[in-house]
Design a protein around this ligand. Structure first.
Ligand SMILES: NC(=O)c1ccc[n+]([C@@H]2O[C@H](COP(=O)([O-])OP(=O)(O)OC[C@H]3O[C@@H](n4cnc5c(N)ncnc54)[C@H](O)[C@@H]3O)[C@@H](O)[C@H]2O)c1
Length: 250
């Protein structure tokens, strides 16, 4: 039980990889606030954790809304008394159309930046007063292995995920004196349910470039996420962990 008595917020915990992060944190004894625009998914994740004897709360949150992120942080403190871990996992991703750079509508570009970059910043800002008062916190920003190789069909998305590396390093410098660590996890292409439903079963099947020649699944990310969320990584900050089966080596 590496997260016993810890309180976490997982954005986008209502589906896909974020759901697996939420369930894993609960298995390690942590309370989980599931913050998502997908209310049905967030409620289902909460119910599964509570049915297993864990502590969880679902809070409707659009991470791009400052009001919502502040409400999310208040709900966590009201329910569980503190906030130790923030997993910034929500993103405009699986349902984002694949397009060439010159076909991206400007409003789509802006929405990607709003959710994937500004949303992470707003969630950090919302929890930081609590983490600073505790003089303890772990922020895990979910970037992507795609920033290492680029993707011509996801220029806005890859740009947004690269921004999280700079944000994490800068916040790590700002928050070291408060004993708050800020790190990134960089998943490779992972067979999460919405992504596979949207892209079809052949998506991600080409594994020839990897050292481990199989499709990555959400469970592959759980161990590194728990490591970054637990005290085992307390002296790490401003860094990034790539989990992609050796597709890129970083
Ligand atoms: N699956 C992959 O191949 C892969 C690879 C690298 C990185 N990632 C990153 O991992 C994370 C999870 O990926 P996934 O495949 O599970 O994605 P997903 O698109 O299936 O799930 C994202 C979750 O975020 C929620 N969400 C979307 N917009 C939101 C908003 N404005 N406010 C709050 N919640 C919102 C969705 O409802 C959903 O529950 C994302 O940050 C993604 O960019 C995924």
């Amino acid at each position: 039980m590496r997260l016993k008595d810890r309180v976490s917020i997982v954005t986008g915990g209502g589906a896909g990889i974020g759901r697996q992060y939420s369930l894993a944190i609960a298995r390690e004894g942590g309370a989980v606030v599931i913050a998502d625009i997908n209310d049905a998914g967030a409620t289902a994740t909460r119910d599964e954790i509570v049915a297993g004897g864990g502590r969880a709360l679902a809070v409707h949150t659009d991470v791009a809304s400052q009001d919502d992120t502040e409400r999310m942080a208040r709900a966590a403190v009201d329910a569980f008394g503190r906030i130790d871990i923030l997993v910034n996992n929500a993103a405009y991703f699986a349902t984002l159309p694949l397009r060439d750079y010159d076909e991206i509508p400007l409003d789509e570009w802006r929405k990607v930046m709003d959710v994937n970059v500004t949303g992470v910043f707003l969630c950090c800002r919302a929890v930081l007063p609590t983490m600073k008062a505790q003089r303890y916190g772990k922020i895990i920003n979910i970037s992507s292995g795609a920033i290492l190789g680029g993707n011509p069909k996801r220029v806005h998305y890859v740009t947004s995920k690269a921004a999280l590396i700079g944000m994490s390093r800068s916040l790590a410098r700002a928050l070291g004196d408060y004993n708050i660590g800020v790190n990134c996890l960089m998943p490779g292409g992972t067979a999460s349910e919405t992504l596979m439903a949207v892209q079809g079963p052949n998506y991600l099947q080409n594994v020839a470039a990897k050292a481990f020649k199989r499709v990555q699944v959400p469970e592959d990310l759980v161990g590194p996420l728990i490591f970054l969320a637990s005290s085992e990584s307390d002296y790490m900050t401003g860094t990034s962990i790539l989990v992609d089966g050796g597709n890129h080596m970083y």
